[in-house]
Design a protein around this ligand. Structure first.
Ligand SMILES: Nc1ncnc2c1ncn2[C@@H]1O[C@H](COP(=O)(O)OP(=O)(O)O)[C@@H](O)[C@H]1O
Ligand SMILES: [Mg+2]
Length: 252
């Protein structure tokens, strides 16, 4: 039996009186890559913002139901949101490195958590850059501004930065939408590597990408989870006609 890492029960999300997630039930296993596909405005990003409670920052947003990580309800008052966000990293479509050196981007989080020893910080930087497949490209210029990296390198830097605070879950919201095919394939192979140590959720508007990297895929349509299952099965033998219509390009 695979261990359940994230468990979502009867989840409903509203922005004001508009419901954008409708009674969603799903599990994500430890060390799996789950893709989420579906047309825009289906609530995919909202789901990720629920899982790391970024949604707390949206005035008027309301969440009902349960989200548990490692069996603990993350919406209990006793949960420390900073600890939760340390455990659940998120990568957005547009990489936004901090306007400082590559090294300082990586040292930023650990310093906030009290690590000041330079050797230790260099160690963390190297390990995280290796894990995000960027080390070989930047090891000789860690003092260069991160803003001088290419888009694909900046995306892997943001991933490395997310890794510096030792997360267990990494959420990717269309991480390759602005990248060329070579950078995209580097990010994809990095994700497959990361799976050994982390649980990953990947929102992608590229069904081929979902097919290439993920173990399971979930199809969302206008706030509803229509279908979730093994990626290969979902793409070759969808159970729901709406899934079939979406993956064959009939809408979205
Ligand atoms: N901060 C917000 N305030 C109000 N409505 C929002 C907010 N964020 C998203 N929405 C709305 O919620 C719905 C779902 O959006 P989203 O989760 O971004 O979907 P997706 O990622 O699938 O495109 C959309 O109709 C969107 O306009
Ligand atoms: Mg989105």
């Amino acid at each position: 039996m695979l261990k359940v890492k994230i468990k979502v029960d009867n989840l409903n999300v509203y922005y004001g009186n508009k419901q954008v997630i409708k009674d969603v039930n799903m599990n994500v296993s430890d060390h799996e890559i789950l893709s989420i596909i579906g047309p825009s405005k289906s609530g995919k990003s909202t789901l990720l913002h629920v899982i790391n409670r970024l949604i707390d920052n949206v005035p008027g947003a309301k969440v009902t139901g349960q989200v548990c990580i490692d069996g603990k309800n993350i919406y209990l008052d006793s949960v420390n949101v900073n600890d939760l966000r340390k455990k659940v990293g998120i990568i957005f479509a547009t990489p936004v490195p901090l306007p400082m050196s590559i090294f300082n981007n990586l040292a930023y989080g650990p310093r906030l958590h009290g690590i000041t020893n330079r050797e230790k910080l260099l160690d963390i930087a190297e390990n995280c850059l290796r894990a995000s497949s960027l080390w070989d490209e930047v090891k000789s210029r860690l003092d260069m501004s991160a803003l001088r990296l290419s888009g694909g390198q900046q995306q892997r830097l943001c991933l490395a930065r997310a890794l510096t605070v030792e997360p267990e879950i990494i959420l990717f919201d269309e991480p390759c939408s602005g990248l060329d095919p070579i950078s995209t394939s580097k990010v994809e192979s990095t994700m497959r590597e990361l799976k050994k140590n982390y649980t990953l959720i990947l929102i992608t508007n590229n069904t081929k990408q979902a097919a290439r990297v993920s173990d399971r895929t979930a199809f969302f349509l206008f706030g509803e989870l229509i279908e979730i299952g093994e990626t290969k099965r979902l793409f070759t033998a969808p159970k729901d006609k709406r899934t079939k219509d979406y993956i064959t390009g009939k809408f979205g």
